[in-house]
Design a binder for this molecule. Structure first.
Ligand SMILES: Cc1cc2nc3c(=O)[nH]c(=O)nc-3n(C[C@H](O)[C@H](O)[C@H](O)COP(=O)(O)OP(=O)(O)OC[C@H]3O[C@@H](n4cnc5c(N)ncnc54)[C@H](O)[C@@H]3O)c2cc1C
Length: 390
C-alpha cells in the first residue's frame, strides 16, 4: 500500500490536513475528490470575461486568529477586503448587521426615539441579540426588534424552506443589532481574499510529491468500509493506514439514523457590460424575489476590466442524485436535525482509524478560519504534535 493516509474530500479541511501530514510528517497522502476540481465550496476560477469568481458563492476570509492567518499566509499573499452586505427592503438598501443607519432606513419616522431608547439602555458599540430586542418592555426597542425579525424571518424561510414554527428556532442565530454606525459585516482584524485566488492557494498547499489527488472520484468507488469490524478496504485490500473523512457524516454511515437535511443553491453568472452592476459586493433580496442574493464580483476580484460579472443565487432543495442541486451548501440548524447529528457523532468516535473533520462531519456552518483552526489542532493532537498555541 503506497499511502499512509487517505483523505476523502479536497475541500479546505482535506487540503489543510494533507498539507500538514505531507510537509510536517513526510507522510504519503491520497486525496479522493468526487468533484472535478479541488477547493470544495471555496473553489474559484477566472471566467471568460477575465473575472475571478467563486463557483459556489462569494468567500471572504476573516479571522482574529494569528496562527490561522500566518499559516495560510505561507501559501498566499492577500488583498485586504472590508466586507459589507446590504439588504433590499422595499425601495431602500439597509446595512447588515442592522445598526443605527438601518434604523434610519427602515423606521425613519421613529428613528430618533428608537436610537435614544437604545442608548439609554446600552453602551455605544454594543451587540444586542434580536431576541432581546423583541422581548424588550420598551415599545420603541420592541418595534425595532419586531421589524428586524420580520425582515429576516421571511428571508430565512425562503433560503431554508422552513415553516413558521421552525423559524422561531433561528431567532438566536440572527446577527445581533449593533449600536453603532459601523457597516462592516465582519469585525475581525484580518479580512482578506487571496491575491491569486483560493484555488491558487490550495494548489500551493498541495504542491508536495507526497500528495496525490484523484478528482472525479467518489470514495465509494474505491473504498469499502466494513462497519461491523471497523475495517477499511482500499481497492479490495485492507488499508492499514488512517482515513480522514471530510464528507457528509450521514452518507458515511449509510443514513443509519436518517438523512441530515441540507439546502443547495443554483448559481447563475452573468457578464454585465458596465464597470459595476450594483453599489455593493453583496445585496440580499427579500422573499418576493426568487433569488436570495446578488454578488457583483467587481468589488471582490480587484480587476481593472470595464465590465463585471454578477452571480444570482437561487435557494433549492439539496438532492444528492440531481445533476444541478447535488452540492450541500447550508445545513438546516434545527434542534431535530442536531439530535440526529449527535447520534452520528457518537458513532464516529468508535472508529479509531478514521478521523472526521470539516463542516460536513460537524453539520455546522463553519467559517474558513474555524475549519483551518480545527484541522490544525486535530492533526497536531493526533499526528504531528506541533503546537497550535500562538
Ligand atoms: C455560499 C457559501 C459562502 C461562504 N462564504 C464564506 C465566507 O465568506 N467566509 C468564510 O470564512 N466561510 C465561508 N463559507 C464557508 C466555507 O465554504 C467553509 O468553511 C469551507 O468550505 C469548509 O471546507 P470543508 O473542507 O470542511 O468542506 P467542503 O468545502 O464542503 O469540502 C468537502 C469536500 O468533500 C468532497 N466530498 C464529499 N463527499 C464526497 C465523496 N463521497 N467522495 C469524494 N469526495 C467527497 C466534496 O466534493 C468537497 O469538495 C461559505 C460557504 C458557503 C456554502
Amino acid at each position: 500500500m503506497p499511502f499512509d493516509f487517505i483523505i476523502v474530500g479536497a475541500g479546505l479541511a482535506g487540503i489543510t490536513a494533507a498539507e500538514e501530514l505531507a510537509n510536517v510528517m513526510n507522510k504519503k497522502v491520497l486525496i479522493l475528490e468526487k468533484r472535478d476540481h479541488i477547493g470544495g465550496n471555496c473553489y474559484d476560477f477566472i471566467n471568460e470575461n477575465g473575472t475571478r469568481i467563486n463557483k459556489y458563492g462569494p468567500h471572504i476570509f476573516h479571522t482574529d486568529n494569528n496562527l490561522v492567518y500566518n499559516y495560510l499566509s505561507l501559501f498566499t499573499m492577500w488583498d485586504r477586503h472590508s466586507h459589507k452586505i446590504l439588504f433590499k427592503c422595499d425601495d431602500t438598501m439597509v446595512p447588515v448587521p442592522f445598526n443605527f443607519i438601518s434604523i434610519d432606513k427602515i423606521l425613519p419616522k421613529e428613528a430618533e426615539e428608537i436610537k435614544s431608547a437604545l442608548l439609554d439602555k446600552y453602551d455605544v458599540k454594543s451587540k444586542i441579540p434580536i431576541k432581546e430586542l423583541v422581548e424588550s418592555e420598551n415599545k420603541h426597542i420592541k418595534k425595532l426588534g419586531d421589524t428586524i425579525y420580520e425582515i429576516f424571518s421571511k428571508h430565512l424561510k425562503k433560503v431554508y424552506n422552513i415553516n413558521d414554527n421552525e423559524i422561531i428556532e433561528f431567532i438566536d442565530k440572527l446577527l445581533p443589532f449593533r449600536t453603532s454606525y459601523d457597516c462592516r459585516y465582519y469585525e475581525n482584524v484580518y479580512q482578506a481574499i487571496p491575491r491569486e485566488g483560493y484555488t491558487n492557494m490550495f494548489n500551493n498547499m498541495l504542491s508536495n510529491h507526497n500528495i496525490t489527488v484523484m478528482l472525479n472520484t467518489n470514495y465509494h468507488d474505491i473504498i469499502k468500509i466494513d462497519h461491523k469490524n471497523k475495517k477499511i478496504y482500499f481497492e479490495d485490500e485492507e488499508f492499514e493506514g488512517h482515513l480522514i473523512f471530510t464528507g457528509m457524516i450521514d452518507e458515511f454511515f449509510e443514513y443509519k439514523f436518517g438523512k441530515l437535511p441540507y439546502r443547495s443553491s443554483i448559481l447563475i453568472n452573468e457578464i454585465i457590460e458596465n464597470d459595476t452592476f450594483q453599489d455593493n459586493a453583496v445585496i440580499y433580496y427579500p422573499e418576493e424575489y426568487h433569488f436570495s442574493r446578488i454578488t457583483d464580483y467587481k468589488y471582490l476580484c480587484g480587476d481593472y476590466l470595464e465590465s463585471t460579472t454578477i452571480q444570482l443565487e437561487y435557494p433549492v432543495e439539496y438532492d444528492i442524485t440531481s445533476e444541478e442541486e447535488n452540492v450541500p451548501f447550508y445545513c438546516v440548524p434545527l434542534e431535530k436535525n442536531k439530535e440526529i447529528f449527535k447520534k452520528y457523532r457518537k458513532l464516529s468516535e468508535e472508529y479509531e482509524n478514521i478521523t472526521f473533520i470539516g463542516r460536513l462531519t460537524e453539520y455546522e456552518t463553519l467559517q474558513m478560519d474555524e475549519v483551518v483552526e480545527k484541522v490544525l489542532k486535530l492533526i497536531s493532537e493526533k499526528f504531528t504534535g506541533l503546537s497550535t498555541e500562538y
